[in-house]
Design a protein around this ligand. Structure first.
Ligand code: ADP
Ligand code: TRP
Length: 337
């Protein structure tokens, strides 16, 4: 039997998806499309713990929905939906709240990080605290086999697995315990600072759909080998994250014939015969080349909102059929039929 794959993405930024999202989330999601029965969704209820402007929630949700389609999500092959269209998700969350302890949730990184950043417990909403329970409901309702996510989401999926086991211990074998899948080399794409993971909230991201000038500004701001002051100084390509981005984008397969190979540029970097500006400009050129069709596709889709709304409805119908079946089983198991 073919495997069932499920994953989601939170629409918490108005800037849309960045290179880290693309490599760490979108690409593995799309790779699974030919291999099994995929369920992908936009987790707009998850966004509510930190996006409080309703218009922004609405816009971000549709924006990322459209971006996924532009990247090549095929709604014929994949059940693609918006989380808030599935009423059984928050219903299951309420039930699952009883299968996890406060202590377990307190160990969650997202919560601990927030506490460390000078925020007191008083300032953390329960939506953030209960984030993994909502995520567990997203997952367990569909009984998937595999959950592909970036490294930062692995703990949430582990909590989900624990919740499923606790639930099953109490009520019998109702929920399926899914497997986690993290694509190794792109699990943690670095930001333009070359240090921390690329993240929209850190501002160290390269947005894929932003105005060309914004993309350029971010690429030109990439941190390079600090020991190298002049273009004639020998440099270490390992310390220039622009090279990592080129490798991740498979530069050599995109570049035009007149452009140097990645290995040529690295060699010239080591011997001090190429400047950082030239490297960044080259990265900018291939970046725009790599995403030009996708950017165009997004523009087209944005002007076809009837089609988008139709897809949203169809996705919700398909997803609800499965979700409703599971929630009935769960209700029967806990005694609230
Ligand atoms: P951000 O950190 O920018 O807020 P999200 O938390 O919304 O990104 O992540 C959305 C998806 O993209 C998740 O599956 C996450 O694991 C993946 N992702 C985000 N940033 C990166 C990164 N730098 N490298 C790899 N995957 C990432
Ligand atoms: N929390 C994930 C993110 O920020 C999105 C998400 C919500 C998710 N529910 C999920 C991912 C269930 C995998 C499975 O990207």
């Amino acid at each position: 039997m073919s495997k069932r794959i499920l994953s989601g993405i939170t629409p918490s930024s108005e800037k849309g998806l960045h290179l880290g999202n693309f490599l760490g989330a979108v690409t593995p999601h799309l790779e699974f499309q030919g291999q099994g029965e995929c369920f992908y969704f936009i987790a707009n209820l998850h966004a509510l713990n930190n996006v409080f402007d309703p218009e922004q929630v609405q816009n971000n949700t549709l924006n990322i929905f459209i971006e996924y389609l532009a990247f090549g999500l095929d709604p014929q092959k994949t059940t693609f939906y918006i989380q808030s269209d599935i009423p059984a998700i928050p219903y299951l969350q309420t039930i699952l709240n009883n299968a996890v302890t406060v202590a377990e949730l307190q160990r969650m990184h997202a919560y601990k990080d927030k506490l460390q950043n000078d925020v007191s417990q008083d300032a953390i909403n329960f939506g953030l605290f209960s984030y993994p329970v909502l995520m567990s409901a997203d997952i367990l309702l569909f009984k998937p086999d595999i959950i592909p996510v970036g490294e930062d989401q692995t703990q949430h999926v582990e909590i989900c697995r624990d919740i499923a086991r606790s639930f099953n211990t109490r009520y019998g074998n109702v929920l399926k315990v899914p497997e986690l899948y993290v694509k190794k080399d792109v699990a943690r794409v670095p930001g333009i600072d070359g240090k921390r993971k690329m993240s929209k909230s850190l501002g160290n991201d390269i947005p894929i759909f932003a105005d060309e000038q914004i993309v350029k500004k971010q690429i030109m701001a990439i941190t390079t080998d600090p020991a190298r002051i002049h273009p004639t100084d020998p440099g270490n390509p390992e310390k220039n994250v622009a090279f990592s981005f080129m490798r991740l984008l498979e530069y050599n397969t995109i570049k035009s014939d007149t452009m140097p190979t990645l290995e040529d540029m690295e060699e010239r970097y080591r011997s001090g015969t190429i400047g950082d500006v030239e490297i960044k400009k080259t990265l900018f050129t291939v970046f725009m080349e790599r995403f030009s069709e996708i950017r165009k596709k997004k523009e087209e889709l944005k002007h076809n909102m009837d089609y988008i709304i139709e897809l949203r409805k169809k996705g919700a119908i398909r997803a609800n059929e499965i979700a409703e079946k599971t929630i009935e089983e769960v209700k029967a198991a806990v005694g609230v039929l």
